[in-house]
Write a protein that binds this ligand. Structure first.
Ligand SMILES: NC(=O)c1ccc[n+]([C@@H]2O[C@H](COP(=O)([O-])OP(=O)(O)OC[C@H]3O[C@@H](n4cnc5c(N)ncnc54)[C@H](OP(=O)(O)O)[C@@H]3O)[C@@H](O)[C@H]2O)c1
Length: 316
């Protein structure tokens, strides 16, 4: 037990944190103590989720992430911090990193990434949605001598209601199984790598259990690589029907993106990310799944099946 990592997680009841903590619980024999740090508000409002964590043997530590005293007290007895804080709380990881580096026991920090590679190429540094995460990486680089890190870079989530699903604004890409209608981005033939949320959880666990190879690296992992047309063909196969199709060429997507930012539209971030993905920035010479022994992943067939089921259930 002494050599097993004691894990403290932030954001465990969030949209992706929930999958990460489940994957950790499913591999709990590989770890020592497992705890989540959360707010009193979340404990009061997410009673079912918190109870389920307790039932699974997870310790619940209540506090305010903005309070140094609360965070310092929570760090006691743990060596690894995993964050799945949401987009609105990315910058609040910087003091968490500084406190972790100052503590004598926290050795590893996995920040909230789980998405697009924010250092894919020279243009990445200018992308608006990347700015806060880039600051977090800079903060980790600064303390690299005291605190190790790993970035779990999964690319876009593929599973319903994410990429392989209908969109509130279909022009930014949509697969609508109730209308049997798709809007494909680009010319529909551009390759894109996707990850299911359960696989995100699995990749985090494998990163932690293969720390010797993941240490201080961006692990570029995904469930599979496909094309918008490939997704459409799988929907047509599984629904046994021909779908109607529209396209949003890259130039049009860029125009929609520009207008969304100018208007302060909430969809602006999604537009930018989808433009980045359509430009090919989820593709690598090699992916790192094998390095961390995460070979078994969900397939395009699985995610299309799940999307059809999810969309039918939502329409009833
Ligand atoms: N690849 C993709 O397609 C994709 C899609 C969505 C998100 N992501 C990434 O996944 C990560 C997590 O995002 P998410 O959507 O899962 O996040 P989320 O559900 O919005 O929030 C996650 C958790 O963060 C905490 N939190 C949120 N706002 C906070 C605030 N203002 N102050 C303090 N705590 C706050 C809460 O923790 P408690 O549980 O303690 O209440 C919340 O449950 C982000 O890095 C995001 O960019 C990627």
């Amino acid at each position: 037990m002494a050599d097993k990592s004691n894990l403290l997680m932030f954001g465990a009841t969030g949209a992706i944190g929930n999958y990460i903590i489940k994957a950790i619980i499913n591999s709990k024999d590989a770890f020592g103590r497992i705890a989540v740090f959360t707010s009193a508000n979340t404990v009061a409002s997410k009673v079912k989720e918190i109870d389920a964590l307790k039932q699974a043997g997870v310790e619940i530590i209540t506090g305010d992430i903005a309070s140094q005293d609360d965070v310092k007290a929570a760090y006691s007895g743990f060596d690894t911090v995993i964050s799945a804080l949401g987009r609105g709380a990315i910058a609040s990881q910087i003091p968490l990193i500084q406190l972790a580096a100052e503590s004598s026991n926290i050795k590893r920090f996995v920040p909230s990434e789980y998405g697009t590679d924010i250092e894919y190429g020279p243009a990445s540094q200018h992308e608006k949605p990347h700015q806060q995460k880039l600051k977090v990486r800079a903060a980790l680089k600064e303390v690299q001598g005291q605190l190790e890190h790993a970035y779990v870079v999964t690319g876009p989530y593929g599973d319903y209601p994410f990429y392989i699903g209908p969109a509130a604004e279909p022009k930014v890409g949509s697969f609508d199984a109730t209308k049997k209608h798709a809007v494909l981005l680009g010319d529909g033939n551009g390759r894109i790598s996707l990850t299911s949320r359960p696989d995100v959880g699995k990749f985090v666990v494998h990163t932690l259990t293969h720390w010797d190879v993941a240490r201080n690296r961006a692990m570029k992992v995904n469930s599979f690589t496909t094309t918008p047309r490939g997704i459409l063909e799988e929907f047509e196969k599984q629904t046994n029907s021909k779908w109607t199709v529209d396209y949003t060429p890259l130039e049009e997507l860029r125009r929609i993106e520009k207008k969304a930012w100018e208007n302060g539209a909430p969809i602006a971030t999604v537009c930018t990310l989808r433009r980045i993905w359509t430009e090919g920035s989820t593709l690598y010479d090699r992916r790192d799944n094998e390095d961390i022994g995460a070979v078994q992943t969900e397939s395009l067939e699985d995610l299309v099946r799940g999307s059809i089921q999810g969309q039918l259930a939502a329409s009833q």
